[in-house]
Design a protein around this ligand. Sequence first.
Ligand code: NAD
Length: 469
Amino acid sequence: MNIDTTGIEYIVKKVMAEIDCAEESGRTLKDGELGVFNDMQNAIDAAYIAQKSYMRQTLAFRSKLIAAMRAEMLKKENMETICHMAVEETGMGNYEHKLIKHQLAINKTPGVEDLVAEAWTGDNGLTLNEQSPFGVIGASTPSTNPSETVINNSIGMLAGGNTVVFAPHPSAKQTNALCVKLLNKAILEAGGPENLIVTTANPTLESANLVFSSDKITMLCATGGPGVVKAVLQSGKKGIGAGAGNPPALVDETADIEKAAKDIVDGCCFDNNLPCIAEKEVVVVDQVADYLIFNMKKNGAYELKDAKKIEELAELVYPNGRLSRDYVGRDAITILKGIGIEVDSSVRVVMMETSKDHIFAVEELMMPILPIVRVKDIEEGIEVAVNLEHGNRHTAIMHSTNVNNLSEMAKRVQCTIFVKNAPSYAGIGVGGEGYTTFTIAGPTGEGLTSAKTFTRKRRCTLVGGFDIK
Ligand code: NAD
């Protein structure tokens, strides 16, 4: 899709005007209207009150609200506005790919159907396990998927009967606020209550800490890097930690190399490598390494061969041992320009051969820089790939037709998502089977979160009294 700046401004203004004017034209929203509060404490209080009555509503009512939320977010102008806004506000990512991520979050996040009850009947009567809400959930969201996570978490958490307080990344506060407003607009128009989804217009570390320490919040769900996952685990509350990854793509000599090369480039450049599941380094058996590199070049990878240029690039994106946010989520053309190399628009990934200890292989960069690490055989390949994953237990990708090699890697790497013979994004439902999530809980073990993750099992036992056996 080609849309110029004037077109973008027009759509953004139109959607903002619709929301800001609410029903009466010219009226701006009151504090807290459509779920966005100036003060985080007021947001928490509102979600707490709302949850008391929301948990008494029927599953059918929850489903109706979720259907309305999906429909609102799927509207073309809403989706285009949010995706443009996310790219502009954060300075990261790729608009076209953000559209795909939004459609995924809207269409493939499970709703109330995910809450399956269990029953046991016998001579002693009937016992039921049902999924009950936690209450109010505090959810931190990353700058890398600022609105996708809000949509995905909101559907799952509301399906579970909870209300949610979002603590967004400050660099994505406008995108977060717009997303929360649109979701609330849909809920209200469908006959639902206020404040099922709330947030603050002014997020800071302090306002996030207020959420983490509030007595009114019973569950925390952290989607982000190591700092926020640690904060959640130390909170003393039930915590879901969805943390960082450094997914290796391992290629052995039995793989379909031409397909593997295309899949790896496609996965690596998806949303400029922002997704935590995206290919961050390639480990390839020497026998097929040259042919893989040759085919990656045919699919939009630019190979940096000059050792000096590789180190210049490392200094640019990782100066003084710290990741430069200036290059996170930028495209390959911009990154190469930073070291004085001009390329055409066919270039999607910057690739280079490195050792397994190079900063590009070891660190999660979140930009389309793809180091290639050569290994002598599959045994060494598995060892190197497992080490580079750092025990995050997040995502690994493998290209192979040898079932034994695939099984060995899966067993050793023990990742939440293991993608075989496809781009990484197949693991969250783009071109792969299964539901989606934007909160992949490796550290705390819930895996690909969904509505049932946000509930607790309650057992009800009836002894005798009813029997049709
Ligand atoms: P980030 O850790 O900087 O921020 C994430 C969220 O946590 C933000 O809302 C931020 O304000 C908050 N936060 C950070 N430190 C905090 C602290 N000490 N106390 C309270 N809140 C805190 O991450 P980011 O750069 O926005 O996102 C990228 C990171 O998130 C990457 O590491 C990526 O792998 C990870 N991620 C993981 C998943 C997953 O499902 N596992 C999904 C998306 C992103």
